[in-house]
Design a protein. Sequence first.
Length: 427
Amino acid sequence: MSSKNKIVLTNGKVYTDKGLEPLDVLISNGKVEKISAKPIDLSDAEVYNIEGYVVLPSFIDMHVHLREPGFSYKETIKTGTEAAAAGGFTTVCPMPNLNPTPDSIENLQKQLDIIQKDARINVIPFASITKSRLGNQPVDYEALAPFVAGFSDDGSGVQDEAMMKKAMEGIAKTGKLLSAHCEVEELLNGGYIHAGEYADAHNHKGISSASEWKEVERDIRLAEETGCRLHICHISTKESVELVRKAKEKGLPVTCETGPHYLTFNDSDLKEEGRFKMNPPIRSWEDQEALRKGVADGTIDVIATDHAPHSEKEKSKGLEKSAMGVVGLETAFPAVYTTMVASGIMPFERLIEVMAANPRRLLGLQEISHVKEGMPADLVVVSTDEKFTVNPDEFKSMGRATPYAGMELQGKIKMTIYNGNTVYNSL
């Protein structure tokens, strides 16, 4: 944490409503007090020379796993939020596959107590849709709503349609998001990677695309019937992109996210290593192209990491037997910048929308799409030119499994400021 009350960022460029401008930023009392082309009084401030770097609104991750309470051998709220700060994030929303499941005020409070004690940044948890995430009994949505980002049974889809409709009716009354993990379990057939060319060539059991998009289709229909705000987690198939596109054309309250790894990789990039195994799986080239287009054209609202740390032992058993999930907080910005912006697929402005502006809007946080005077001092300083090789041993996260290990990426987080305090600094 910075020790002085005031911080000045000088000699950099600031992302304002006019684009990138050479301006200085004065941060005081947790706010952006002044943005100026003229020199700012530096006498009683902590001064950072950020020449060659860019100041952006900080990023928000609507889908992470911080593993606490219940699984602190994989990650803790402390290590997970340190990883988030190192990735440029100042708000993260952890999913409810915890022990105990946050399905009641009493159980949620156990998580909130750890957040209060150990979190380095803002943490807004999701409560579960159903008791113990078993898919058959609704939780008390109205009681939990004031304390959570929304409701999700992430890790499993709600299989029973009547239960999902009841949940949507209840959640609609609260105005909160229902963040749906869409997966038809009877279509999984024991699969653990995408049912595509790699699975066929290497004798692996595949997860069909239909296992995802069939439930996306159902949940969109139920959202239309109930008026519930449906946010679809980690879409990975071209069919899901098209279903969301059509829902938006109809004006339905439907949004969605995808993860950086689905934009970077397809199943031809797979290796026989647990760091390539997650749910949903990395899919075909056609799916990857549809996802890239969906992010660029606005169909996909948000990029979320689905940061899912496991122990080294759990991830060292190859594609078939390793646990599902990879870490992503510390590679998210460079992965998206490299894959989508530096490659020319989408403009830099769109990255700010999907990683900073849209998540704030969906979560009901103060809407911020650029740096401006008076806003909360939740900022990230980035080098868009710097290239580096991903080394998981340098992660703040306890998780090390990433498909980006050993890859060269472009775009590096230099500093993260949350509520006027420096929570990460590699300047």
